[in-house]
Write a protein that binds this ligand. Structure first.
Ligand code: FES
Length: 235
């Protein structure tokens, strides 16, 4: 189990989230990170209404080097979906946010062997009806490395392949008054320690020395995956 993977109920300092269910003794609690505004590439607040349905968007959170997917699924997601980490700890994914409860975010680090989107190439992405293939089902996040598949409308539950647990969820808040989005924390099995260890040299080259492990705060820019990354592998 990762050091950051979960916080047990006995951790008196655990942070409570608005609307999150009260965990039982074996549950994973939400892990709080800096409340961070999602912006466009120009640093302006991103509006939820700007997000195209089915488009892959990428931002970095809760660390400078940890990519996440932001998706507008176009219709309400499941609510309070019961899930388990790879070690059997329970948690409930609260559901999508925004006017239609259709906006979700997940760590883009595959929970199998940590494939993730880089500036050069991405083997993992969301596929809508138009981009699914015979191998990848529509409306799923598919990792072409070994074909793990995750349902973004159900907390990134594993629907196929060798992944041992859902993608780690990124908790979002939507402010209806101005249609902005904030990332506030994670929920589920984090893989960040293993990720930093496995890709230490590559991350140093991509982000510069130890910057990849610096925590994001204030704001973080959201880009369409097709702009962020030169090549998307679609198996
Ligand atoms: S790394 Fe994603 S399926 Fe193996």
């Amino acid at each position: 189990m990762e050091r950051r993977d979960f916080i047990r109920v006995c951790a008196a300092s655990a942070i409570a989230f608005h609307g999150a269910p009260v965990p039982a003794a074996s549950d994973v609690r939400p892990r709080g990170y800096a409340r961070t505004l999602l912006t466009d590439d120009g640093g302006r607040p991103l509006r939820a209404s700007q997000l195209s349905v089915g488009e892959n968007y990428v931002f970095h959170y809760p660390f400078e080097g940890t990519p996440c997917f932001l998706l507008n699924l176009g219709k309400p997601t499941g609510r309070n979906v019961p899930l388990k980490t790879g070690t059997g700890a329970d948690y409930q994914w609260p559901g999508g946010v925004g006017p239609r409860q259709a906006i979700v975010a997940y760590s883009a680090i595959c929970s199998h062997q940590l494939t993730y989107p880089t500036r050069q190439i991405s083997f993992i992405s969301y596929r809508d009806q138009s981009t699914a293939s015979r191998i990848s089902k529509p409306n799923m996040i598919h990792c072409c490395s070994e074909h793990s598949e995750f349902d973004p409308a159900a907390g990134a539950r594993v629907l196929g392949g060798p992944a041992p647990q859902p993608l780690c969820a990124i908790l979002l808040e939507h402010e209806a008054a101005n249609d902005t989005l904030h990332a506030t924390g994670t929920l589920g099995g984090e893989m960040f320690d293993s990720f930093f260890s496995k890709y230490e040299i590559r991350l140093a080259m991509e982000h510069g020395s130890s910057r990849a492990q610096q925590r994001v705060s204030g704001k973080t820019a959201v880009s369409p995956l097709k702009q962020f990354c030169k090549q998307q592998v679609r198996c």
